[in-house]
Write a protein that binds this ligand. Structure first.
Ligand SMILES: Cc1ncc(COP(=O)(O)O)c(C=O)c1O
Length: 428
């Protein structure tokens, strides 16, 4: 119907409308008494105000450099920050693997983006033609699933266990695509190896290696990349750090690493990074110059100063203590209230901010279902798991929930899980 007063936006814009998370936020904001176990925010009280003030002061009182911070920067980002991030990542990998590998990387392979979401979006936009495929864990980070769909690509979900993507299932899916003549459509495998959002799973280093080998094996018609989204790597509360997939592919033939300071420092400063294969540097850089020709330089200079002064790792230690307490509060509450309930299960995340909860099959946790409405009426909100499944591959499980423990106090987490458990029991 013609209506001259209405904007005629693109199909892509129409598809992007109504992100589930904004509806959930609106629900939580409409009533401050609702305990949101849905929000992907970080802990407000732990945000590093003093460290940041100090860094801003230094950045802006440093003669010529202070003017530089207020100028446009370069497309790839601040050189000092890029080398600091790369050095830190290599050091962490060498320590975790207890092996020294020659990382034969050029600094042009390190990109700064305003948050790693921009990098993920640029990757999808750079790699995908309509109907091209990215394989991902089932469940997976729903914002990336949304971005791929928005660009006209397809996601195909691979079966997971408590250690993330199951390599045999990944291999079988690629074999199936090959037999359907669709191997040429597969562009990448996406994994969140450290404390996945939403699954809470941790991919052992061995599995990372296997995934890389599978990507190489099926790179017959063109290269299949492995996107290792390491957003939560620094937020570990249990066990030792493990080397990134990058360590098994040191010059980045197939591997793309996405990282961010959002979770480990501040999402408001919003500095993320990518380690990129040499053959993608040009195409990604071209795409980026269409978007912003460089992340905000002031934010990058602030982060470079924080790293230089050694404050980042100090801050990470404090965050780990705060979040570990909250994780334990959530896990204890789940086990107290749902531990003996048939059909309810979850695995214990070793880090990150999420717990993935599966409920009995007859409870539909979805946005349109009655269960979510009654949970909200009772005072708790969560992210329906249905948003976290790929369009194809492993089927969506509509009886799942993503809970986060980053925002609420231990007491509110306990209270929220109790209310949720009462709802689940009422639906038995
Ligand atoms: C798995 C994962 N990747 C990437 C991001 C993006 O973070 P940012 O754009 O703030 O760096 C998030 C944020 O929640 C995330 O959970």
């Amino acid at each position: 119907m013609k209506d001259p007063s209405r904007a005629r936006v693109s199909k892509r814009a129409l598809q992007a409308a109504g992100q589930p998370i904004s509806q959930l936020m609106a629900m939580a904001l409409s009533n401050p008494n609702i305990i949101s176990l849905a929000a992907g925010f970080v802990d407000n009280d732990s945000l590093p105000t003093e460290i940041t003030k100090d860094a801003v002061n230094k950045v802006l009182t440093d003669g010529v450099d202070s003017k530089v911070a207020l100028q446009y920067g370069s497309n790839l980002g601040d050189e000092q920050l890029r080398s600091q991030i790369l050095r830190q990542a290599i050091e962490m990998n060498q320590t975790a693997a207890a092996t020294l590998v020659d990382y034969n990387l050029g600094l042009e392979q390190v990109f700064i983006t305003p948050g790693s979401n921009q990098l993920l979006f640029l990757l999808a936009d750079t790699l995908l033609n309509p109907d091209d495929i990215i394989l991902c864990a089932s469940p997976s980070y729903f914002v990336f699933i949304g971005a791929i769909k928005n660009i006209g690509g397809q996601t195909l979900g691979i079966a997971t266990d408590e250690m993330g993507i199951i390599p045999n299932s990944l291999d079988a899916a690629l074999s199936q695509l090959d037999s359907e003549g669709k191997l040429s459509k597969v562009k990448a495998i996406y994994t969140v190896p450290y404390f996945d959002n939403p699954g809470g799973t941790t991919l052992p280093s061995e599995r990372g290696k296997q995934i890389l080998e599978i990507a190489k094996k099926w790179s017959r018609e063109h290269k299949i990349y492995v996107i290792s989204d390491e957003a939560y790597r620094m937020l570990r509360y249990q066990g030792d750090d493990t080397p990134s997939i990058h360590h098994w592919d040191p010059s980045l033939e197939h591997t793309i690493v996405a990282g961010t300071f959002s979770k480990s420092f501040s999402p408001g400063i919003r500095v993320g990074w990518g380690f990129i294969p040499q053959d993608l540097v040009g195409p990604l850089s071209d795409q980026k110059s269409n978007v912003d020709f460089g992340a905000p330089l002031l934010a990058q200079r602030i982060m470079a100063t924080v790293l230089n002064d050694g404050h980042w790792l100090e801050h990470v230690d404090k965050l780990r203590a705060v979040y570990n307490k909250r994780r334990n509060a959530m896990l204890n509450a789940l086990s107290d209230h749902l531990g003996t309930m048939e059909g309810c299960h979850w695995h214990e995340p070793k880090g990150g901010l999420c717990v993935w909860l599966t409920l009995p099959n007859h409870i539909n946790t979805g946005m349109q279902g009655a269960f979510l409405k009654s949970a909200v009426a009772a005072g708790v909100v969560y992210v329906p798991g249905e948003y976290c499944f790929a369009a194809r591959g492993e089927p969506a499980n509509h009886s799942t929930i993503r809970l986060t423990f980053g925002v609420q106090s231990a007491e509110r987490i306990e209270q929220g899980v109790r209310i949720l458990s009462e709802q689940i029991k009422a639906w038995q």
